[in-house]
Design a protein around this ligand. Structure first.
Ligand SMILES: N[C@@H](CCC(=O)N[C@@H](CS)C(=O)NCC(=O)O)C(=O)O
Length: 232
């Protein structure tokens, strides 16, 4: 059985897991989940009771949710890809440190801005929430620039699953237009390199429903109903 990634649209944080699957070379399928309607519905809760994407149905039929767990699973399933450094190594610690920062501080920095947009916040409340969001996004970008310290990739001298996840969140700045990323040169350079990457272009095209060519081992989309019919 091929793994199936349930990814949320539009602009979801599942983006990084799609990129990581492409980079891994593992055969996989995708299942598109519309947010907020389908992701919060009873059908999808059979896959992930939390009602969030991403989730991954693994090759042996289990469901793994939470980006960190999914990226680790992809890395462990494709050791030759080097997407997750070997456990116990200094690079592994560095990888976890970067990924945890991205999944907490960086992800959360955009939350006030998404909240304001999705809940129609207006007036003085909008100004306050926007100011908080901008402050958090700037602080997280500055921290990432410090973490990169002029390096090309987040971990060591090669790409990892942390870079894949970074891109999925960093592009939220394009959406909310908080800052000019060129103020953070190492981060800007990394994002530009990632933006040109075929797997990143593929993930972007998939999200936008375009016909895109996989450079990995993507084996097509499946519908949620089809998956549920074969799920205990
Ligand atoms: N901690 C989770 C967070 C997942 C999450 O917040 N996913 C969002 C999309 S980025 C979601 O599914 N939201 C549901 C909604 O928008 O209704 C992870 O890292 O995977």
């Amino acid at each position: 059985m091929k793994p199936i990634l349930f990814y949320g649209v539009p602009e979801g944080c599942s983006f990084g897991a799609i990129v990581a699957l492409e980079w891994s070379g593992l055969p996989y399928q995708l299942c598109r989940i519309q947010m907020p309607e389908v992701v919060s519905g009873e059908s999808f809760k059979r896959i992930n009771p939390v009602g969030e994407t991403p989730s991954l149905r693994t090759a042996d039929g289990r469901v793994v949710s939470q980006s960190l767990a999914i990226l680790h699973h992809i890395g462990a399933s494709s050791p030759a890809s080097g997407l997750v450094p070997a456990q116990g190594s200094a690079a592994f610690d560095r990888f976890n440190e970067a990924l945890a920062f991205l999944n907490t501080d960086f992800f959360e920095s955009f939350s006030p801005l998404w909240y304001a947009m999705e809940h129609g916040v207006q007036g003085e409340a909008l100004r306050a929430v926007t100011a908080m969001g901008h402050h958090k996004v700037r602080r997280a970008h500055a921290a990432l620039e410090g973490l990169l310290d002029g390096r090309e990739w987040l971990v060591g001298d090669r790409r990892s699953a942390a870079d894949a996840y970074l891109m999925g969140i960093a592009r939220w700045n394009d959406f909310h237009q908080v800052l000019d990323r060129r103020e953070y040169p190492a981060l800007h350079a990394l994002c530009e390199r990632l933006r040109a990457d075929p797997a990143v272009r593929f993930a972007h095209g998939v999200e936008h429903g375009e016909a895109v060519r996989s450079t990995g081992a993507f084996a097509g989309h499946v519908e949620l109903d089809e998956v549920l019919a074969t799920t205990a």
